[in-house]
Design a protein around this ligand. Structure first.
Ligand code: SF4
Length: 339
């Protein structure tokens, strides 16, 4: 299979134009065709010479992948299944909410991180997505053109594939690419500290950290990452950054019955996050097969939210979407596809 043009940055396209003996402005022309026009083949790049087009066609494919399956939830959420450049499968969710169209993209095929509450974690790791695979999840959905927000909260841990994730954000936000504001993009991580530092330095998008409990042993019991990168280190990094401007930091918190929904957790969360201008998003747990964890009840969920707000920690409950088609948080998996 030939490598794809789609997913290359302007500097990569300029380099490849020079390698092929083409004028270096050809890189900019190709970027324009890839990201600002609605074409799907190299032969349609009509302002390139015939020679340039055939040189490109000899070595590259355009690189778009249309969805192989689309499911629609009773609440309007859609789940798209895409084939990747590695010939395996990933899922993408599109969540409509009034005028908003939020796309939840995957960054890896499966995941290495093994969080106890997550279907993707149970699938294991099958490979890294390319920047093209990531951007394709936006470019090739029915709602492309109406997308208002992008969240990297699908399959995989974005900071474990950071080069390609950063490249995808460059394509989405550059003026030669899709020219989206980085303030419409949120990348969610379980907190891989070196990746977080690099991400904060190299890009302007928002960050969401999957916190789930402020206590070391408890977090270690549900998130193995806690052993290598303890939450306190992640918080220390965040405290060094100024989040009082437009860039936002938020924390994801799946609420489990009897594990992380007590007054003790409220106290420790408010202590740990004091001084950070942030929000906590509480998430209802959708039970996954083979885990002992249970969802907390609605009364406790409301109480937990109210207590955190009383302590001055801005806290909201995220609406569950797409549960009937397994598109809700933690339910994306392509384990059984292609077997
Ligand atoms: S929650 Fe995120 S990091 Fe943890 S296993 Fe699932 S996809 Fe991986």
């Amino acid at each position: 299979m030939k490598p794809a043009l789609f997913g290359k940055t302007l500097s990569e396209l300029t380099d490849l134009a020079i390698e092929l003996g083409l004028p270096n402005f050809t890189g900019k022309q190709i970027a324009n065709w890839l990201y600002q026009q609605q074409i799907t083949s190299i032969s349609e790049m009509s302002n390139l010479s015939k020679n340039a087009r055939s040189l490109l066609e000899e070595s590259f494919e355009f690189g778009l992948h249309t969805p192989v399956k689309v499911q629609v939830s009773s609440d309007g959420t859609k789940k798209y299944l895409f084939k990747t450049h590695l010939e395996n499968f990933i899922e993408t969710a599109m969540i409509p909410d009034k005028e908003r169209r939020t796309v939840c993209v995957s960054s890896q095929v499966g995941c290495k991180m093994g969080c106890l509450f997550c279907m993707t974690g149970k699938q294991g790791f099958q490979g890294q997505l390319s920047a093209g695979d990531i951007v394709n999840q936006i470019r090739n959905i029915d709602e492309f053109g109406e997308v208002t927000n992008i969240v990297y909260m699908g399959m995989g841990e974005p900071f474990d594939n950071l080069d390609e994730v950063l490249k995808s954000i460059e394509i989405l936000t550059s003026e030669w690419g899709y020219a989206m504001s980085p303030r419409r993009i949120t990348v969610s991580s379980i907190g891989i500290t070196p990746g977080l530092v690099r991400f904060l330095n190299e890009c302007e998008a928002h960050v969401a950290i999957s916190l789930h409990t402020p206590f070391h042993e408890e977090r270690q019991s549900i998130m193995p990452v806690q052993i290598a990168y303890p939450l306190q280190e992640v918080i220390d990094v965040i405290k060094e950054w100024d989040f009082r401007g437009q860039r936002r930091i938020s924390f994801e918190y799946i609420v489990f019955h009897g594990l992380n929904d007590t007054a003790r957790h409220v106290r420790e969360l408010s202590r740990m996050l004091s001084g950070i201008p942030c929000r906590i998003n509480l998430i209802r747990f959708h039970p996954v097969p083979g885990t002992p964890l249970k969802a907390t009840d609605e009364d406790t969920l409301q109480w937990f939210k109210d207590e955190l707000n009383k302590k001055g920690v801005l806290t909201t409950i995220r609406a569950s979407r797409g549960q009937d088609i397994y598109a809700a948080c933690g339910l994306l998996s392509t384990k059984t596809i292609g077997q």
